[in-house]
Structures are given as C-alpha cells and as structure tokens.
Design a protein around this ligand. Structure first.
Ligand SMILES: CC(C)(COP(=O)(O)OP(=O)(O)OC[C@H]1O[C@@H](n2cnc3c(N)ncnc32)[C@H](O)[C@@H]1OP(=O)(O)O)[C@@H](O)C(=O)NCCC(=O)NCCS
Length: 157
C-alpha cells in the first residue's frame, strides 16, 4: 500500500455497521459476530470500537473491553481485531493494536487479555510479537477449534 496513510480512530458505536461489514470481509462466516452480539457490544459501556482508516476508508477494526474487578482494578480485553488482507504484514495490525492498548492503558487497566484460535489460522504469533504470553490453553473454546488465552501486563497510565 505505497500511497496509503493509515490512522486509527476510536469511533462512535453508531459506526457499528462499518465494523459488521469489515468483519464479513476479514473472518470466515462462522467466526463473525452475530447481529445480536454486536447489539450487545453496542449497548455495553465496557466496549469501545476502533477503526483503522486509509485516507478515510475503513480497512480494519478492533473491539476492546474494560471491566472492573471487585478489588477496584481494571482488566482490558482485546475482544476482536482484524485488518483487510491487502493491508496485512505491513505493520497495520500493530498500529491498530497499539492504539487499542494505549486507550486501555489510559483507562487504567493493569493487564490485557485476549483469546485467539490455536494453531493455523490463529494470530498467536502476532500477539506474541506484541508482548502477549500464553496463559491458558482452552480446548474447544470456539465451535471451530481450540484457543489460547494470552495476557500482557501493562504499566497503568
Ligand atoms: C492478526 C492481524 C490483525 C495482524 O495484522 P497485520 O497487519 O498482518 O499485523 P502486522 O503487520 O503488524 O504483523 C504481522 C506479523 O504478525 C504475525 N502474524 C500476523 N497475522 C498472523 C497470523 N494469522 N498467524 C500467524 N502470524 C501472524 C506474523 O509474524 C506477521 O509477520 P510476517 O507477515 O512477516 O509473517 C491480521 O492478520 C488479521 O486481520 N487476521 C485475521 C483476523 C484475525 O485472526 N484476528 C485475530 C483474532 S483474535
């Protein structure tokens, strides 16, 4: 993408239609959010939506969650992240993940977790490159395969 200019924005939840559209172009049908999952995320105060934009058009998306524990601490979660195939392997995924982490860190989370498909088709090595360590193997976590939970400790902002 020689003349592309990538930026990440934290977007209004009214733009969930763009996220739904991107999901359909990035994930296999059975891996996508259902409309009801997306409605739930839209209504959840702990969820935030991000878009990766190239000169105004959306080419990737992320959904982050921030939850409070009983002890008053916050946990961040990368709930979903995806970049259109044409933009991959150029640092676009890292740009998006960095922006989501920055938002979570500013929101005072102590650590960030995520789940991803184990093995081929999963993004374990992408997250490992970005500082996440495997914390648990989750057999049959998805209807289509096993998962790993990964975790990254962060210095709160
Ligand atoms: C995961 C994803 C967002 C990474 O985006 P990206 O733009 O390729 O990321 P970067 O360019 O910053 O990093 C690329 C590196 O991460 C690793 N990587 C990225 N995706 C990977 C995957 N699916 N499997 C294994 N390694 C992967 C590789 O080391 C890659 O380097 P390489 O291209 O030199 O092999 C993108 O591959 C994607 O949208 N995948 C489909 C959706 C998905 O699996 N999302 C995660 C679900 S939780």
């Amino acid at each position: 993408m020689s003349d592309s200019k990538l930026t990440v924005i934290k977007t209004s939840k009214n733009n969930s239609g763009q996220i739904y559209d991107l999901e359909g172009r990035i994930f296999k049908v059975n891996e996508c959010f259902s409309q009801s999952q997306l409605r739930y995320l839209k209504s959840s105060p702990s969820a935030s939506f991000f878009l990766l934009c190239d000169n105004g058009s959306s080419v990737g998306f992320g959904v982050a969650l921030r939850d409070k524990f009983g002890n008053g601490k916050y946990k961040g979660r990368i709930y979903s992240i995806g970049v259109l195939p044409a933009y991959r392997s150029t640092g676009a995924g890292k740009l998006l993940l960095d922006a989501m982490e920055e938002y979570l860190i500013k929101s005072h989370v102590s650590f960030i977790v995520l789940e991803t498909l184990k093995g081929k088709g999963g993004a374990e090595s992408f997250f490992a490159k970005n500082g996440y360590l495997e914390s648990k193997f989750l057999p049959d976590y998805y209807p289509y395969g096993d998962a790993v939970r990964m975790r990254k400790a962060v210095a709160t902002g």
